[in-house]
Write a protein that binds this ligand. Structure first.
Ligand SMILES: Nc1ncnc2c1ncn2[C@@H]1O[C@H](COP(=O)(O)OP(=O)(O)OP(=O)(O)O)[C@@H](O)[C@H]1O
Length: 243
């Protein structure tokens, strides 16, 4: 393995919540420079970002990340009683960094001493971004433009120039070096006479398996559909439809 200095590597990462469908399957991604995640709602962007930031463990696969990762969640907690000033000072001490001019550049106009729960949504988001920029290596930002006014939104684009960052960006603010679209489409294979659901679920490329009466519907990544079909036949299943 190379020494990934200031970069994030996700190696064959898969994730499912409990026994639910696979949200991510065998995903390998190297983040160096600006990397943008896109994809329809529910395709796993936040899940991938939380795994990259170390907030969530993958079900399988490996994640290598540098020491200092700055993370902004999709929703900043609305009940933080600490003031922006104490919050940034505290996280600065933890990270051994001093807050730069991110808040000013983003045009923060709220109180630095009132509880953060009293800040407007946009100003709270600016504080969330300022704490992430305390990190020296990688930024992991989940829809960071949420709530920002147009001037702050443009400034955030400037702040990201030259940084290593993994960012979900629905609205196309960035023109990144790398773009990963998690939608990617799928193939639905309908089977009957399935001897072992577990064996189907374990196949590479299978995103979910649902039982409907006597049939089983298998959602598959498009590039793995031939492989899954061949394996399903080998297991003794009958194929009802592929679409
Ligand atoms: N804590 C959880 N427990 C169970 N399922 C979850 C959990 N978090 C996310 N999921 C499921 O994982 C899938 C992906 O969710 P995720 O939030 O990662 O998608 P997303 O692409 O970020 O969506 P959006 O664009 O709506 O924010 C969804 O089907 C969601 O219901």
């Amino acid at each position: 393995m190379r020494g990934y200095l200031g970069e994030v590597l996700l190696d064959q990462v898969s994730k499912r919540y409990g026994r639910g469908p696979w949200v991510l399957r065998d995903l390998t991604l190297e983040v160096s420079g600006l990397t943008v995640l896109t994809g329809a709602n529910g395709t796993g962007k936040s899940t991938l970002l939380r795994i990259a930031a170390g907030i969530l463990k993958p079900t399988s696969g490996r994640v290598v990340r540098p020491a200092s990762v700055g993370y902004v969640p999709e929703r900043f907690p609305s009940d933080v009683r600490m003031s922006a000033s104490s919050y940034l000072a505290h996280l600065g001490r933890v990270r051994g960094a001093v807050a730069g001019d991110v808040l000013e550049r983003l045009g923060f106009v709220g109180s630095m001493t009132a509880p953060m729960s009293e800040l407007s949504k946009g100003n709270a988001q600016k504080v969330a971004l300022a704490q992430a920029f305390l990190a020296s290596d990688v930024l992991v930002l989940d829809e960071p433009w949420t709530g920002l006014d147009p001037a702050a939104a443009d400034e955030l684009v400037s702040l990201l120039e030259g940084r290593t960052a993994l960012v979900s960006d629905h609205e196309g603010h960035l023109a990144p070096a790398t773009r990963l679209d998690l939608s990617g489409g799928h193939v639905m294979i309908e089977l009957s006479r399935v001897p072992a659901l577990d064996a189907l679920e374990a196949l590479e490329g299978v995103r979910s398996v649902q039982t409907r009466g006597s049939s089983v519907r298998v959602e598959v990544a498009p590039d793995r559909s031939d492989h899954v079909l061949a394996e399903a036949l080998r297991l003794g299943c009958s194929v009802r439809s592929v679409r």
